[in-house]
Design a protein around this ligand. Structure first.
Ligand SMILES: [Zn+2]
Length: 299
């Protein structure tokens, strides 16, 4: 805890990897950025496993990710939380939104949505087909939430002011898929609130989904969070490193070199002699010298 004037402020950050593969350099950068921002603010750093979508989960990947973080000297606070074990609390949140009259069943196929909707920054914009036709059989349906035309604005610590009108730019979005799996947008909001997270530091690929999360936070009466979206690591083809783009798992035979590379990617200019030190010395230097103004803007 730290004292800021007369108010008692707490920093609780988190890292929430998906166990769809092992930690690669892109996810390492997000982990290092969120860890350093939390630790340099004397905050806590939690780890949450985003294993909501069972078909995408690779057996053993969660355990490997945690073991990799451990080998890199990244200590998390509290118990690791698994989203796959939290369906009850997501269901409660969905029920609260239902009471507000804002969710409705949708049985449209992806093809139908693509054919009738415009393309937005996060995929096709749902044209609202089922919004006014609530007689659809709910058992075979996804659940969507109505979006509004009011602008949702937040201040990203790196990118500055971000504004989105959800109804025009995203459309009514899914909170629960037809197969019963809760959407990332709902789960992340419920988990951040339930774990008293105050700061979200993650990759810039999630910046566009932040207004959807803020909208849900507002409806559910959750506190406002501070956001920082870090530049993304891309491959030679300009694609984000991910399992889909065949990113290689990080090489733990030289863990210190991987950490120094991640810190360098975040613009922190680690001194050359840090590579002759050890992991505890690395973290000591990195925490003491963490400067947001050095982080490069997303290209
Ligand atoms: Zn529909």
């Amino acid at each position: 805890m730290m004292l800021c004037g007369n108010t008692l402020a707490v920093y609780r950050g988190r890292f929430a990897p998906s166990p769809t593969g092992l930690l690669h350099f892109g996810s390492l950068v997000a982990a290092v950025g969120s860890y350093l921002d939390a630790k340099s603010n004397h905050g806590e750093w939690l780890v949450r496993i985003d294993d909501l979508d069972p078909p995408r989960v690779v057996p053993g990947a969660s355990k490997e990710i945690l073991s990799t973080l451990d080998s890199l000297g990244m200590e998390w606070d509290g118990e690791v939380v698994y989203q796959s074990q939290r369906n009850d609390i997501y269901q409660e949140a969905l029920a609260s939104l239902n009471k507000l009259g804002l969710i409705y069943p949708c049985a449209c196929t992806r093809k139908k949505i693509i054919d009738s909707g415009m393309m937005g920054m996060s995929g096709p914009i749902y044209p609202g087909t089922c919004r006014n036709n609530r007689s659809v059989h709910a058992k075979l349906s996804a659940w969507r939430i109505e979006t509004k035309s009011d602008p949702i604005v937040f201040q990203d610590l790196l990118s500055g002011s971000i504004c989105q009108r959800l109804n025009r730019e995203v459309g009514d979005f899914v909170l629960q898929r037809a197969d019963g799996v809760y959407a990332y947008q709902l789960a992340v909001v419920v988990d951040d609130a339930e774990q008293n997270i105050t700061h979200v530091v993650r990759g810039a690929d999630l910046q566009d989904s932040t207004p959807r999360q803020i909208y849900l936070q507002q409806l559910l009466g959750y506190p406002v969070l501070t956001y920082m979206h870090l530049p993304l690591v891309t491959n030679h083809a300009g694609e984000k490193l991910s399992k889909q783009t065949q990113a290689t798992p990080i090489d733990l035979s030289n863990a210190l070199a991987q950490l120094i590379a991640a810190l360098g990617f975040l613009g922190q200019e680690p001194p050359v002699d840090l590579s002759n030190s050890d992991i505890p010395s690395f973290w000591q230097w990195a925490i003491e010298n963490w400067r947001l103004e050095k982080i490069p803007c997303q290209i």
